[in-house]
Ligand binder design. Structure first.
Ligand code: DHB
Ligand code: FE
Length: 279
């Protein structure tokens, strides 16, 4: 059967993609950021996942105010990089897995998660920047990738506990797929960040650390953090961290922390990264 073996959680700051694409990865500002992924690149190259379930949020690239799915799943064969205003990033087109994605959609919907089925979608920095950090610049991404967009842009976002439960349902759905596949779930976005207004640039390292510690443990505390606490403690965009609860929920209850990286500043944000494996 297919099995979720690990989670990779990582911020998806778009300036990282721009720095990489414009050959600035070795600049003094960016080098410590990219170096923070040396271990991760080797770890994932050794693990060789067959499929990545990539939980991220669209930033008004594929969706806009006319349609805002809370939870969606990409069932297409391919997902091209989105044009976010400067042309599409020069990264490979994402190759999906329509058969598995359709199975997951069916399983999740019958398990009472009303996924929006997406058969055509461009993918923005929320999805492509984590791939750049983990894989650099290959000709093709090394495995199939199923995008799972979550709304954290328009109030109300789903609760952290709902995201955790989506992760549990994803785990059940993956384990009901007969093919032997090694699956890794990515949770992206975060950590502390507020991009605009009086509190722009807010960083709360203490709170971010508490969140990372909780995910590396039983996640009980992180699951019950209300929306307003994310906003108050980590800034208006800190709510992206609920997506890390989908990836945590998809693992076994007991996990092993494989790697952690936290760096400030990255653009206006705290960059966070946490790799967990089933214990
Ligand atoms: C920025 C945008 C994001 O979507 C994000 O998650 C982090 C940073 C930015 O524009 O700096
Ligand atoms: Fe974002």
């Amino acid at each position: 059967m297919a099995k979720i073996v690990a989670s990779v959680n990582v911020s998806h700051v778009p300036a990282i993609g721009a720095a990489w694409d414009n050959g600035k990865a070795n600049d003094p500002y960016w080098k410590p950021i990219f170096s923070g992924f040396d271990f991760s690149k080797k770890w994932i190259a050794d693990l060789k996942p067959d499929v990545i379930l990539l939980v991220y949020n669209d930033h008004a690239s594929a969706f806009d105010a006319s349609i805002i799915p809370t939870f969606a799943i990409g069932c297409a064969a391919q997902f091209p990089p989105a044009d976010e205003g400067w042309g599409p990033r020069p990264v490979p087109t994402v190759i999906g897995y329509p058969e598995l994605a359709s199975h997951l959609a069916q399983s999740l919907i019958l398990d009472e998660f009303d996924m929006t089925i997406i058969n055509e979608m461009d993918v923005d920095h929320g999805l492509t920047v984590p791939l750049t950090l983990m894989f650099g610049q290959p000709k093709e991404w090394p495995c199939r990738i199923i995008p799972l967009p979550v709304n954290v842009v328009q109030f109300p976002p789903p609760t952290g506990n709902r995201c955790w439960n989506l992760g549990r349902a994803l785990k059940r759905a993956v384990e009901a797929w007969p093919e032997d596949l090694r699956v890794v779930v990515f949770g992206t976005g975060g950590m502390s960040h507020q991009l605009q207004g009086m509190r722009a640039g807010l960083i709360n390292r203490e709170w971010d650390t508490k969140f990372l510690d909780s995910l590396a443990g039983d996640a009980q505390w992180a699951r019950q953090v209300p929306f307003i606490e994310y906003v108050r403690e980590t800034g208006s965009e800190g709510i992206e961290m609920v997506m890390w609860l989908v990836s945590r929920g998809a693992l076994e209850h007991k996990v092993k922390e494989v790697y952690r990286f936290y760096h400030v500043p990255c653009s206006n944000t705290a960059l966070g990264h946490l790799i967990l494996e089933n214990a």
